[in-house]
Each structure stands twice: as structure tokens, then as C-alpha cells.
Design a protein. Structure first.
Length: 270
């Protein structure tokens, strides 16, 4: 599933073609993805000007001058194709701008979603109402984590994947951030020291920043809007490297945690 860096990369790619542009035509090629397209999607977006684009957690936001924001989630295999040379059977939503650009939301597995939300009501919209702070924003601090983890005996990795604690973190980047900060993924959250949490917040910012700069991590169907692949996978230090040597020489280990693979080094992470 595309994670925060992949969505951020997607939004930045779309902004080059959409920001400040008027949407001249909207084409919906099927009635639904994971759930039906909004019934008034074509009516609301046709003729609207895109004011800005943004991201909240793993959702992309396309704000318009009509006080409505189109919120999209890429699901398992979603991606935007910019100026596609040929139409594809999985191009389920196509936006055409007044400048002549075409942008197609392509989703082979159809686990993605598109919603229309009043821009001034975004923070209280269902999926956003309980989200924690953005990991790249000022509200993610060691103090926030310390307070949230108080009296919590659950493993720290599982809590970091809880979107009400930190919004947008996924399995790959949590594994990598815990490795960089030297914290065992199965350590009880309340037992993680303030010093380690300070390292963790820095590691989260570092790994996400590096992944965004590299265009994300290509897994299965993900590609940037330009069609390029994300290259951060080449920088993974533990994720997907079971049995391979860590930088310390010990083999990277894997175990299942909350139904997901956890990769870590028993020597570097305490």
C-alpha cells in the first residue's frame, strides 16, 4: 500500500499540473472504487479552479475555489497518470484542465477511494476526526509520544502504526525509524526512555524526508505521477532484508507483529 512518502510525492507531482488551473472536464469511467464516487463529483469539479493541493495522513487533497475538496486515497494499487499516451482500462477517473493537461486516477485493484468534503469541515470529517499529529509537522514531539505511551504495555511498533497516535506512518517507515533510533520493535511502549523517544522523532522525520526525496518506495504497482519508480527501497536498512547482514554484521531478523512483518536487528536495537 502506498504510504505517506508515496502520497506526498504524488501530491507534489499533481500540483505541477493542477494548482491554479481550472478543471474543464471530468470523466468517471465506472461507478465506484472501494465505494461509489460522489454523485455530484462531475458537477462540483467541472469548471472549478484548483487553489492548492495537500496531504493528510495517507490521503491526497485537491482544494477548489468552490469550498469543496476532493479527497483521494490510493488504496493498494492506485496511482495518478499524467498525460497518459493511451487510455487504460483501469483509468477510473480522468481530470482535464483548461490548459489541456489530462490526469487519470488508475487503480487496478480498486481499493482506493474518492470523496468530496467541504473544505472548512475537513478536520471533523469521519476519517480525519481522530487522526494524530502529522509526523513531519510540529505537533509530533517526544513529549507527545511520552504522554501517549504512558501506561501502555503494547509494543511500540504497533502503537506507532495507530493512526490516532501518529497520522500516516506505515509498516516500512516504522521499521526503518525504529532501527535508526535503536529501539526494539517489541519493546513495551511505556518503557521507552525520553532520550530514545527524542531519537525516534528525529529518525521518523529523517526516514520520511529521505523517502520523499527519493520518490517513495516502489512496491508492486506504485509509481510516481510522472511514471517514474520510487527509489527509496534501495536505502532500506532492515525492511525486506531478512537474513541479510545488518551494518553491524548480524543478520536482519523478521517476525510477525499484529499480522505484519517486522524487520529488525537484535544487536542494534535494544
Amino acid at each position: 500500500m502506498p504510504e505517506l512518502p508515496e502520497v506526498e510525492t504524488t501530491v507534489r507531482g499533481l500540483a505541477r499540473f493542477l494548482e491554479g488551473e481550472r478543471i474543464a472536464r471530468v470523466r468517471v469511467n465506472r461507478p465506484d472504487l472501494r465505494r461509489p464516487f460522489p454523485v455530484d463529483l462531475v458537477q462540483v469539479l467541472t469548471g472549478a479552479r484548483v487553489t492548492t493541493l495537500g496531504r493528510r495522513a495517507k490521503y491526497g487533497l485537491i482544494h477548489t475555489d468552490r469550498g469543496q475538496t476532493m479527497v483521494f486515497h490510493l488504496g493498494m494499487s492506485g496511482r495518478w497518470r499524467i498525460e497518459p499516451e493511451q487510455p487504460d482500462k483501469h483509468d477510473h477517473l480522468v481530470l482535464e484542465t483548461g490548459a489541456g493537461h489530462a490526469l487519470a486516477l488508475n487503480d487496478a485493484r480498486r481499493f482506493g477511494s474518492v470523496d468530496l468534503v467541504a473544505t472548512d469541515a475537513l478536520e471533523s470529517w469521519g476519517p480525519f476526526a481522530q487522526l494524530g499529529p502529522e509526523p513531519l509537522g510540529p505537533d509530533l514531539t517526544p513529549e507527545h509520544l511520552k504522554q501517549t505511551f504512558r501506561n501502555r504495555i503494547a509494543p511500540i511498533k504497533q502503537l506507532l502504526l495507530d493512526q490516532t497516535i501518529v497520522a500516516g506512518l506505515g509498516n516500512i517507515y516504522v521499521c526503518e525509524a525504529l532501527f535508526r533510533s535503536g529501539i526494539r520493535p517489541d519493546k513495551e511502549a511505556e518503557r521507552v526512555s525520553a532520550r530514545a523517544l527524542t531519537r525516534l522523532v528525529s529518525a521518523i522525520r529523517e526516514v520520511l524526508g529521505e523517502a520523499i526525496a527519493a520518490g517513495g518506495s516502489t512496491i508492486r504497482d506504485y509509481a510516481q505521477p510522472s511514471g517514474e519508480l520510487g527509489y527509496f527501497a534501495a536505502s532500506w536498512q532492515v525492511y525486506g532484508r531478512e537474513g541479510q547482514p545488518c551494518r553491524c554484521g548480524s543478520p536482519v531478523l523478521r517476525f510477525i507483529q499484529g499480522g505484519r512483518s517486522t524487520f529488525w536487528c537484535h544487536k542494534c536495537q535494544k
